[in-house]
Design a protein around this ligand. Structure first.
Ligand code: HEM
Length: 441
């Protein structure tokens, strides 16, 4: 489908095969990003990987990140951290099950994990200045990129007009937004440098690059940009996945039960499941795939910009076209995933006469050279959150005035889509499960 929005040509791909043909096989010309005047040019987010143009900076960022988490075996370095932090998460859920989202955010968004990986920073209990800063920056980013929020994105000329001019009022707040963005990159970088000088640094993404790379001013800018991008990309996405997992378990008790039976049989009840157990837990593994399909977290991915004219199946695509992959549609295609609205992990299990359905991870993380660089880490985070939760909790529909409340799934729109808030009843499965959770104290 092709639309023209005030002179900007956009092509929306509604077939996974087309996405692969164009964004993957012709990646060399389909990997640029659009220019966003407000958030990108004026506030500074153009230095964050998701918005970086397809150039040397892009290649350097990707190289930095791929060396740290580009393969499944590389992310094994984070297994222990993931398991430890997820145990803390489980304990918080036990103590305050009604604050489920807040706990998921603390684990995955508010970055106990990502801030440790990127900067070796340990988030303090209660108010934490760095956490507060990066969180503020992320909230501002989603405000700044809300479609239609700023006229200057449509009429870039407004950036040159005084703030009293109609439509240019954004200028009064610009300085404060830009400062939040630059602080988000500078404050943690200074933290790492100080830790390195004082010999108290816990090795991390930033310190390893500062040590290894031949440091020039430009390199340093790229290192802090790449580290900030990890937070930007990883903050909200995995939160959404784990939250929709809790919804699915409440709505599909038979799936929950089968996954728990598998864990009981393979892992037992004396310890939590570990990431090394994954190969022996095919149903839980399939369940994680279904979590990524059931609620597409990035329903339209991020737009790819075409850098020269192209022809495809008789159509002409002019240079500068924004090409959008309709990931939501790919993951809900009834020809690939029959009864797509049903949460069913058995789709991915091979049975007599039934080959497994396509692994949703091939679609959910985008395409070509812009494919999500955090996908291996995300996959590990989502798996361990699901497996540990299943091992110790029963997740049930809430009961109000003696009546079971039937769950209705809804999701918010946005670049990153979150499930609408829902209530669920979370209890330890057994006294032994409760003791296991508390033993992690
Ligand atoms: C389940 C979780 C996640 C999903 C579904 C997801 C999905 C995506 C998608 C669809 C894109 C756009 C790809 C494209 O343009 O074709 C993307 C980009 C990106 N993601 Fe993720 N992501 C997830 C988790 C993460 C994590 C944990 C990190 C960081 C550790 C991360 C970092 C990024 C970055 C930096 C980009 C921009 C890449 C670029 O423009 O070159 N993501 N992600």
């Amino acid at each position: 489908m092709s639309v023209n929005l005030l002179g900007q040509r956009m092509v929306i791909l509604n077939s996974a095969e087309f996405a692969s043909e164009l964004l993957e096989k012709r990646s060399a010309i389909y990997s640029d990003r659009p220019t966003l005047t407000m958030s990108g040019e004026l506030v500074g987010w153009k230095n964050s990987l998701g918005l970086v143009r397809y150039n040397d900076k892009f290649r350097e960022y990707r190289r930095f990140i791929s060396r740290k988490m580009g393969t499944r075996s590389l992310v094994q370095e984070f297994y222990q951290l993931e398991e430890m932090e997820t145990r803390m998460f489980i304990r918080r859920v036990l103590k305050e099950p009604e604050n489920l989202v807040a706990h998921i955010r603390r684990l995955l968004r508010s970055g106990t994990i990502i801030l440790k990986i990127s900067y070796g920073y340990i988030v303090k209990d209660g108010a934490d200045p760095l956490l507060d800063l990066v969180d503020r920056a992320m909230v501002q980013f989603s405000e700044l990129t809300r479609p239609g929020a700023f006229l200057v994105d449509v009429l870039p000329v407004l950036r040159y007009l005084p703030s009293w001019f109609p439509g240019a009022g954004f200028k009064t707040q610009l300085a404060s937004w830009s400062k939040t963005f630059s602080d988000m990159e500078d404050v943690p970088l200074d933290f790492v440098k100080k830790q390195m000088q004082s010999g108290t640094n816990v090795p991390n993404f930033t310190s390893e690059l500062l040590e290894r790379e031949n440091l020039t001013a430009e390199k340093e800018v790229n290192i802090k940009g790449a580290a900030g991008s990890l937070y930007g990309g990883g903050a909200d996405t995995t939160v959404s996945a784990v939250y929709s997992f809790y919804f699915a378990m409440m709505a599909y008790p038979e799936v929950q039960q089968r996954a728990q039976e598998e864990i009981d049989k393979i892992v037992g009840n004396e310890r939590f499941p570990r990431l090394e157990d994954r190969d022996n837990l095919p149903y839980v593994d399939a369940l994680v795939k279904e979590v990524l399909r059931f609620h597409p977290i990035a329903p339209l991915g991020l737009p790819h910009r075409l850098t020269r004219d192209d022809e495809f199946q008789g159509y002409h695509l002019p240079k500068d076209t924004l090409v959008i992959a309709n990931i939501w549609k790919f993951l809900n295609d009834p020809d690939v995933y029959p009864n797509p609205s049903v949460f069913d992990p058995t789709r991915y299990l091979q049975t007599e006469g039934h080959p497994p359905q396509r692994d949703p991870r091939e679609l959910a993380f985008g395409f070509g050279r812009r494919k999500c660089p955090g996908m291996n880490l995300a996959d590990v985070s989502v798996f361990i959150s699901c497996a540990m939760s299943l091992a110790v909790f029963d997740i049930r529909k809430p009961i109000e005035n003696g009546r079971v409340i039937e769950p209705v799934f809804g999701a918010l729109s946005g670049t990153v889509s979150h499930p609408l808030p829902f209530r669920c009843d979370i209890k330890p499965r057994t006294a032994q499960a409760r003791a296991l959770i508390l033993s992690s104290e």
